[in-house]
Design a protein around this ligand. Structure first.
Ligand SMILES: [Zn+2]
Length: 323
């Protein structure tokens, strides 16, 4: 699942040993090495790892700070991870999602960090602590996070068009770090945009006519999906998955499900389904998987970002009874 382009360390070493021999300056047989590529890109978690791989193609080695199966919000970096951050040519991350990464970037990579959130237009703000019906209000342009505990929603990757925009900005950044391959990065980002526009069109068509537009989820990871495709997210937990949400959050969610006749509660990979199951048991609703796409696991319904998005679309179409 996590294929990596091997770094051409061996040809480089052989070349160094053979200094002065004709043909050595070609830099071995690896085209990336020959072109002066092979940037080291460190992404903070899976969606940004996938995005970086799409844009960098074979011109960079992309690794992730969050291993498969780990829940990224609470993930703590090891000393080796922090070293990788400091040695990377580019660190692709999303501020506020992973405090441990924010700290490492601030201390080790201030000059080499790419803030995906800065170009993703993060305009969703939650005004309370468990993402209920107030949670989908747009932020005022001049006030990204209000003074009364409001927090910006970082989960932009559920909107394919925001992914495309971040890919284009990332291509520019890669092109500045590796000018010889700038055209390659631009072309890769254009290909990514085509893919993302096709994906968004599938979502628009698939979710056009549904019996319910209220989507009750475990944690509030789907705000940008709801915003892009005219759904209404009701997150039982807040922006970070919480194994034990406040009793009031469960009571509020249960009341909402009863009041609106919601038939499906979505649980997720990487987090215990107990929260969703509690509300489902209380209300007689069914449960169904919806993947926050925060990391790959053995239970993932696909092997990469587009496959997981399409699995989510199928799950939503069934759960929301879309025609
Ligand atoms: Zn999340």
């Amino acid at each position: 699942m996590h294929s990596r382009t091997p770094r051409p360390a061996l040809p480089a070493l052989l070349c160094a040993a053979a200094l002065g021999l004709a043909g050595c300056s070609a830099g071995g047989t690896d085209p990336a090495a020959a072109a002066g590529g092979d940037l080291r890109v460190v992404a903070s978690f899976y969606p940004l790892e996938w995005l970086s791989q799409q844009v960098a193609g074979d011109r960079a080695t992309v690794t992730s700070l969050t291993p498969p199966g780990a829940e990224p919000h609470e993930h703590e970096l090891t000393p080796q991870d922090v070293a990788a951050v400091s040695e990377a040519d580019l660190v692709v991350y999303l501020p506020t999602l992973q405090p441990s990464v924010d700290e490492a970037v601030e201390q080790q990579a201030a000059g080499t960090a790419f803030d995906a959130g800065a170009v993703a237009d993060l305009d969703l703000v939650y005004t309370d602590d468990h993402g209920d019906e107030h949670g989908d209000e747009h932020a005022a342009d001049d006030e990204p996070a209000g003074p009364d505990g409001a927090v910006t929603d970082p989960h932009f990757w559920h909107d394919p068009l925001r992914m495309a925009a971040v890919g284009e900005a990332l291509a520019e950044q890669l092109g500045r770090a590796d000018a010889a391959n700038a055209d390659v990065y631009t072309a890769n980002a254009a290909g990514l945009r085509d893919q993302m526009e096709a994906l968004a069109a599938e979502f628009r068509a698939g979710l056009a006519t549904c019996a319910s537009r209220d989507v009750v989820t475990s944690h509030s990871a789907f705000g940008y999906l709801a915003d892009a495709f005219d759904l209404h997210q009701v997150g039982i937990s807040g922006l970070a998955p919480d194994e034990e949400p406040a009793p009031s959050a469960l009571t509020d969610a249960t009341a909402f499900v009863r009041e609106h006749g919601v038939g499906t509660i979505y649980f997720e990979t990487l987090v215990s389904p107990a929260v969703a199951e509690t509300v489902a048991r209380e209300t007689g609703a069914r449960t169904r998987q919806l993947d926050p796409i925060e990391g790959l696991t053995d239970e993932s319904q696909g092997s990469d970002y587009p496959a997981l998005m399409r699995a989510n679309l199928a799950s939503l179409r069934a759960g929301q009874q879309c025609s």
